[in-house]
Design a binder for this molecule. Structure first.
Ligand SMILES: C[S@@+](CC[C@H](N)C(=O)[O-])C[C@H]1O[C@@H](n2cnc3c(N)ncnc32)[C@H](O)[C@@H]1O
Length: 510
């Protein structure tokens, strides 16, 4: 694997100090705000404030919930405002898809269902599902907007007909073939399937499509090796043929490569040994999204992915200075996306893949259309006798926190995590967790909690690549003139997705 180079120094917030940064994924910025939307939200004043805020100061949005509800909600504000939609929905595969959950710093892991692509009422129910969502997406697209729908042989021909009906045959631009060599050929009864289709439609004939040097495809090795520069600085190679005879005339070419064709062959599928790997089996490569985003949006365009999974579209939009909205039904996908964005500085630079991106992501808000009980779930397979756990109802999980105070600064350490369902885990999984620390995946602290929004200034987390995390924060400095009573909220998320919070109230100066 290529050894990645650091491009920029890490930034440290001036509010919190840490002694050493090496080998950890923790950070202090960006700002992440968690919000819960209740059913009355759209009706009351809060919604008006929300709209006002968007107008004044954009902040990227990650939303947890069913995209049907979310699309209807977004229409109130974003009708004809979104320049690019990329979706990678379930493909009607009749399968379950998994993600890998890693435990502590070891290489132990277990698999958990990420989403279910089984349709009890067959293809009709799938087509109903996708049709109503695509109709809403069309309304959200700007006049210059584009939509890319990522599918495969299971459903692509049906989706094509639906898209023709909704967007108009005249607005169909390409069927992009993303070819990837099949990992294992398990059949000799038909040809091995080795590509996905991405259907590209626009809202109108006047759409954004940029001739950007970074979307170009590489020349073949032969042409690449033969390219020379003439006296005026133009690039050419010698070649061509006429009447079966080889010529040696100059063939002028653009140095940056060839304008992209609709068959994309050089983008590898995600492998577990890559930096971008998030543990999901259906994760798509960032370099696939790079070409789509550069071609079909401008800086500052709003880009949306309503089946965002591990947040690939959002991460690439962020790196290319686009604004974004993402949503997913699965809490674990949202959780993974949050961690991926918070850890963006350690990922590949999208324009120089062999370098680290090196910058923090911009602030983003996390909205929730779901209730907390949908957050954590232990697969029944991991419970004693495969029984459903009900410990959440009886016993509460708890955190042991130590507060260290010194004049106008405070730091915290996490000393213990009690999770009642631990005793309900079967031996197979229990033996993989040797310490309470092994079960923790994310630790965040809001040193100025205001009872409404959780806005952590300190976050430490594990990713599939960076397993170490910190359990003690750096010093947080309060203004000297600060009021006496302060609420601090500590939040942890464990490897099963359960979230536990604890409020610590302190008197800063007496
Ligand atoms: C193929 S995956 C997307 C993978 C993503 N492109 C990536 O790179 O990680 C499909 C996602 O759609 C989500 N999903 C399925 N039904 C949904 C719904 N009704 N609303 C929102 N998300 C949904 C699933 O939870 C899953 O994460």
């Amino acid at each position: 694997m290529v050894k990645l180079k650091w491009k920029k120094q890490k930034q440290i917030s001036n509010k919190v100090s840490v002694e050493s940064w090496s080998n950890y994924s923790d950070l202090i910025c960006p700002k992440i705000i968690n919000k819960f939307i209740d059913q009355n939200f759209l009706k009351n004043n809060e919604f008006l404030n929300f709209l006002k805020k968007i107008k004044e100061n954009w902040i990227n949005k990650l939303i947890w919930g069913d995209n049907l509800e979310i699309l209807q909600y977004l229409l109130k504000k974003f009708e004809e405002k979104i320049d690019l939609i990329y979706i990678d929905p379930p493909f009607f595969t009749n399968s379950e898809f998994y993600h890998k959950v890693f435990i502590g710093t070891s290489n132990k892991s277990f698999k958990k269902i990420a989403y279910n692509d089984k349709w009890n009422n067959g293809i009709d129910s799938y087509l109903d599902f996708i049709y109503e969502r695509l109709c809403l997406m069309k309304k959200l697209l700007s006049e210059k907007g584009s939509i890319y729908v990522h599918v495969d042989w299971h459903i692509s021909h049906y989706i094509k007909l639906i898209m023709d009906q909704i967007f108009g045959l005249e607005n169909f631009r390409n069927e992009i073939i993303w070819y990837y060599p099949a990992a294992s050929a398990q059949t000799k009864r038909f040809y091995v399937r080795s590509y996905d289709s991405i259907l590209f439609y626009t809202k109108s004939d006047d759409y954004i499509f940029n001739d950007d040097p970074n979307i170009y495809m590489d020349y073949s090795k032969r042409v690449k090796n033969a390219v020379q520069k003439d006296e005026k600085g133009y690039f050419y190679y010698r070649g061509g043929s006429h009447d079966g005879k080889k010529l040696s005339r100059k063939v002028y070419v653009e140095k940056k490569g060839v304008f992209p064709r609709d068959v994309w062959t050089k983008i590898p599928y995600i492998r577990a040994n890559t930096l971008e790997y998030q543990g999901f089996s259906t994760q798509k490569p960032e370099r696939l999204l790079k070409r789509i985003i550069l071609a079909s949006s401008n800086k500052n365009s709003i880009i949306a992915d309503f089946f965002c999974g591990t947040g690939t579209t959002l991460a690439v939009s962020e790196k290319l200075n686009r604004r974004w909205i993402g949503c997913d039904l699965n809490w674990y996908a949202i959780n993974t996306t949050i961690k991926r964005l918070l850890n963006l500085q350690h990922s590949n630079d999208i324009l120089n893949w062999d370098e680290f991106y090196g910058k923090f992501s911009n602030s983003f808000e996390v909205y929730s259309f779901m209730s907390d009980e949908h957050k954590g779930k232990i697969p029944e397979l991991f419970l004693i006798n495969n029984k459903k756990t009900n410990s959440k109802k009886n016993e509460k999980s708890n955190l042991k926190i130590n507060v260290n105070r010194d004049d106008n600064r405070i730091k915290l350490s996490l000393e213990g995590y009690f999770f009642p369902y631990f005793k309900e885990l079967n031996k197979k999984i229990r033996t993989k967790i040797s310490d309470w620390k092994d079960s923790i995946d994310y630790f965040a602290v809001d040193f100025n909690y205001n009872n409404n929004e959780f806005v952590p200034q300190w976050i430490s987390l594990r990713t599939p690549k960076t397993r170490k995390m910190r359990f003690n924060t750096g010093w947080y400095y309060y203004d000297k003139a600060r009021k006496n009573n302060i609420d601090i909220l500590v939040k942890i998320i464990d490897i099963f997705g359960f979230e536990t919070t604890k409020k610590v109230s302190i008197i800063l100066r007496t």
